[in-house]
Each structure stands twice: as C-alpha cells, then as structure tokens.
Design a protein around this ligand. Structure first.
Ligand SMILES: [Fe+2]
Ligand SMILES: [Fe+2]
Length: 274
C-alpha cells in the first residue's frame, strides 16, 4: 500500500481517468504543454511588424467600428461664406452678452488700428476719423448697457457693487471720449488720450467678461429677449449718427468749434456735454 506522500506527488493523483496508463497520460500532458508553447510562439511570430502592418492589404485589416458622424455645416462648392458654413457647430441663440462681446472685439480691433497709425505718425485727418469711429462706437455701446443691460442685471439682483463700478468706469471713459471728440489731433496729447481710453476700456471689458457676465448668465436673466431690445436700440442710435446732417467736416473740430461727433454727443448725452 502506497503512503500518502507517494499518492499526492505521484502522477497517478493527476490522472483523471484512473484506467488510463501512465505512459498515455504523460504523452497527452506533454502534447498539451507543447501545444501551448507552440501556440504562444506562433502568436509571437505571427504578429506582423509595424511596417508589414502598414503595407498590409486593407482587406486583411480588422475592420474598425464605425464612428458616430460629427455634424458639420455643409459647405457650398464655390467656397462662398454663408451663415450655414460659417456658423459654429454647436448652435445657440445669440443673446445680449454675445452682442456686447461683438462690440468689445470690434472696438478692440479699432484701438489696435489706431495704435499703428499713431506709431507711424499718420496724418491728423486719418487719426481723427478713426478716433471718431471709436468714440461713436463706445457711446452707442455704453448707452445700450446703461439703458437696458445694467438695469436688467440690477433687476436680476446681480451683485450691485459690480454694476456700480461699471457705471463709474463708463463715466470716466465718457469724460475722455468728450476730450477726444473736442480735441485737435495735432495736439501732443491727442494720441495719448486715445491710448489711455483704450486702456480704460480694456480694463472695463475684462471686468465685464470675468465678473459681471458670468454672474448674468447664471442669474436667470432673459438674455435672448434683452438682445432684441439692445439690438433695436443700437440700430436706432447708429441711425441717428448717420442721419444727422454734416455741416462741417470732422477736421473742423476744436474747442471753439466742436466737430460732428461732439455735436452728436451733445444730442445723445446732454448731461455729459452741457
Ligand atoms: Fe460697460
Ligand atoms: Fe461693455
């Protein structure tokens, strides 16, 4: 009778079929192990190199799962820009903040243009025309903010101190705008005034974008409805600028004889230009 140690360690303990002869059991096990090894080796050798994979016929490659198609605007064959092909992929209804942001970008671009003109000492008329455009744009922009956007924000209980600061910054900017409109571009300080106005506006715009607008977006304001009102008022103000008859060219501007933009400012902002 075999002892336990012999039984546990003996090949007999590993035989499933006790009637199977040892020789056959070993042969089967050996063949199985050899098959595993050869299978692994086969796998290793069967894997093609990167180069081989790159040059492999497409049909031999494993087909990839189809990707979900990304919605993109169709482009006309002519390459012509349309609202369909230039619209962002994720469409959303434009709102009041989008309108104000467009203004900020436009006026920022104008300030950059002015900086270039001042750097190359462009003719006074050229600088004054551009400065006038900047001032007119800022007057319209500040008006729609003060008449429509800021009051709506106050009504929505957006942080009052932010809106108070914005009002003060507008007043400072408008003071400088008045000086530029009534100033003479030949004056030494004319370019400096435009530059400082640009710095004021940049500071103010950064505060609007980083502090005020995020709160407005979260504050439950009807920003889409506000946009309609602001766009209508903006068009009205711009219409007043273009409809007003020009008695004298802008170059006639001086402290004694203010230019067209100053006179328009007098009409739109009598409190600023008493
Ligand atoms: Fe503002
Ligand atoms: Fe603004």
């Amino acid at each position: 009778m075999a002892d336990d140690k012999t039984k546990r360690g003996s090949p007999d303990s590993k035989r499933l079929n006790k009637s199977e002869p040892y020789e056959m059991a070993y042969a089967r096990k050996k063949a199985k192990a050899a098959g595993k090894r050869s299978g692994t080796a086969a796998k290793k050798t069967a894997r093609p190199s990167a180069k081989a994979r790159a040059t492999a016929a497409p049909a031999a490659r494993k087909p990839r799962a189809a990707k979900t198609p990304v919605r993109s605007a169709p482009r006309p064959p002519s390459g012509e820009k349309t609202t369909e092909n230039t619209a962002p992929r994720t469409m959303k209804t434009a709102d009041a903040i989008d309108l104000l942001t467009d203004d900020h970008l436009q006026v920022s671009a104008l300030f950059k243009q002015y900086e270039k003109l001042a750097k190359k000492k462009a003719p006074a008329a050229q600088r004054q025309t551009l400065a006038g455009e900047i001032c007119a744009m800022l007057r319209t922009h500040t008006t729609i903010e003060e008449e429509i956007f800021y009051p709506a924000a106050r009504k929505a209980r957006i942080e009052a101190s932010l809106l108070d600061e914005a009002d003060i910054e507008h007043a400072s900017a408008k003071d400088l705008i008045g000086q530029i409109e009534s100033g003479n571009p030949a004056d030494d300080h004319y370019d400096a005034r435009v530059k400082v106005l640009g710095e004021y506006i940049t500071h103010h715009v950064v505060e609007e974008h980083t502090e005020m607008f995020p709160k407005c977006r979260r504050g439950g304001m009807d920003l889409v409805g506000l946009r309609e009102r602001m766009a209508a008022r903006k068009a009205e103000l711009e219409g007043q600028l273009t409809d007003r008859p020009v008695d004298n060219p802008p170059m006639a501007a001086s402290a004694e004889s203010p230019g067209i933009l100053t006179r328009i400012g007098d009409t739109l902002f009598p409190a600023i230009h008493p």
